[in-house]
Design a protein. Structure first.
Length: 138
């Protein structure tokens, strides 16, 4: 039972870390919107989450414990940013200086990702409140 609760929290943690990493990638694109030759980067969130969850489930990246009671966590060994590779995005607006950042698209991606980050935080909050209510017997 306890393992199911911790697994769920690890999943939420993975989602939050990926969302935060994607926010950094998008912010970097926005910051370099006027840099000649800069190529925008991003990654497919669903594929990255699936990859990170597969690694966590297989034990690759998980801490090795010498007691069955120890909690496993993969995120404390480098985190998501070292496991997710950002790819270059497809240029949607041609520019003379070779910059591939579409500022409108990046702002939309930034806003969408921020909303999804906030909703994940709300799911975590609800999950914690449910666990607390179960523990307190309400």
């Amino acid at each position: 039972m306890f393992e199911q609760l911790t697994n769920r929290m690890e999943q939420f943690s993975s989602v939050l870390q990926l969302r935060a990493h994607r926010q950094q990638v998008i912010a970097s694109n926005i910051a370099n919107a006027d840099t000649p030759g800069y190529v925008a980067r991003d990654f497919k969130f669903d594929a990255a989450l699936r990859d990170v969850m597969d690694r966590a489930g297989s034990g690759r990246g998980a801490l090795a414990g010498n007691d069955a009671g120890h909690l496993r966590t993969w995120s404390s060994q480098g985190g998501v940013s070292e496991q997710v590779k950002a790819d270059y995005t497809v240029q949607t607006q041609p520019s003379l200086d070779g910059n591939s950042v579409d500022l409108d698209q990046q702002r939309a991606n930034f806003t969408e990702n921020a909303i999804q980050y906030e909703s994940t935080l709300r799911f975590i909050n609800g999950h914690v409140k449910t666990m607390l209510a179960a523990i307190q017997g309400q």
